[in-house]
Design a protein around this ligand. Structure first.
Ligand code: HEM
Ligand code: HEM
Length: 211
């Protein structure tokens, strides 16, 4: 990275966004590594992910300028337009999250929520039974699968586990694309974005940048 030491910087990521980000990375990695190995740690790590995502939802409304969803979440049209600029190598530099990165953030948070929720449902059979509408809609399909019906003892098998694992595997793809996007944007705009997520600071906006 060719960053001039003297270049003016500006605070972009507030401390809670940074703690959220690296806490999420640590909790996700722990949940992943302990899956089917150390179940109590797996569940605590999974709940930590859920708690961090819940916090981030609140912070998306109450946080600082660049933490707010209203600042960075864009509709499909704007996101596709941005991807088009990217393909042509003409995308503008954003101080906050760019529209493609923002779409990825939404995908990451939704997938993490689904993973944690299915994990929670699976951990106690009574939890599935507590869902009011679900049994009527999906119970027949579930009953067919592997012969495992919920509520029958503590055997964790069947479609819920499939969904849980599929979402967890999808996370790996999303994280790879996320880190790829971070590297690409870092090269294009000649700044270390990962370091900015640690220090909170980025190069001050230049003409043409979107602050
Ligand atoms: C488990 C893996 C990861 C997950 C779940 C994840 C998730 C996220 C989320 C949710 C955000 C939005 C931050 C916010 O506004 O609160 C974000 C942003 C970001 N992440 Fe990650 N991340 C992961 C791994 C990484 C890694 C390994 C790096 C470093 C290479 C990284 C670098 C960044 C950067 C630089 C941003 C800001 C992007 C921008 O400038 O718009 N992430 N990540
Ligand atoms: C959000 C982060 C989470 C991730 C990335 C994750 C990932 C995984 C993966 C990959 C497996 C498959 C293990 C295998 O059989 O090879 C698994 C299994 C499982 N997870 Fe999670 N999980 C998460 C959260 C949770 C939570 C919050 C709970 C419950 C409180 C949970 C409960 C379970 C259970 C009961 C299994 C089945 C273990 C077994 O085979 O006996 N998970 N998880």
């Amino acid at each position: 990275m060719t960053e001039t030491k003297s270049a003016a910087t500006m605070r972009v990521w507030d401390p809670l966004v940074r703690v959220f980000h690296w806490g999420l990375v640590a909790a996700f990695a722990t949940a992943w590594l302990t899956a089917d190995e150390v179940q109590p740690v797996h569940e605590v790590a999974g709940y930590t992910v859920a708690g961090l995502v819940a916090f981030r939802l609140i912070w998306g409304f109450a946080g600082s300028r660049y933490a707010r969803f209203a600042k960075f979440v864009k509709g499909p049209t704007a996101t596709l337009a941005y991807l088009g600029w990217m393909l042509r190598g003409q995308e503008r530099r954003y101080l906050g999250h760019n529209p493609a990165g923002a779409a990825m953030i939404v995908a990451l948070m939704l997938t993490l929520s689904g993973t944690a929720f299915t994990g929670w449902l699976m951990a106690e059979p009574e939890r599935v039974a507590m869902l009011p509408a679900l049994p009527q809609i999906v119970a027949p399909a579930w009953a067919d699968d592997d012969g495992a019906e919920y509520g029958e003892g503590r055997e964790v098998e069947g479609p819920l586990k499939e969904v849980h694992e599929t979402l967890a595997n999808l996370m790996l793809l999303l994280v790879a694309a996320h880190v790829g996007g971070v590297v690409l944007a870092s090269i294009r705009h000649r700044e270390n974005l990962a370091r900015a997520m640690i220090t909170g600071d980025k190069r001050a906006p230049e003409p043409g940048d979107i602050a």
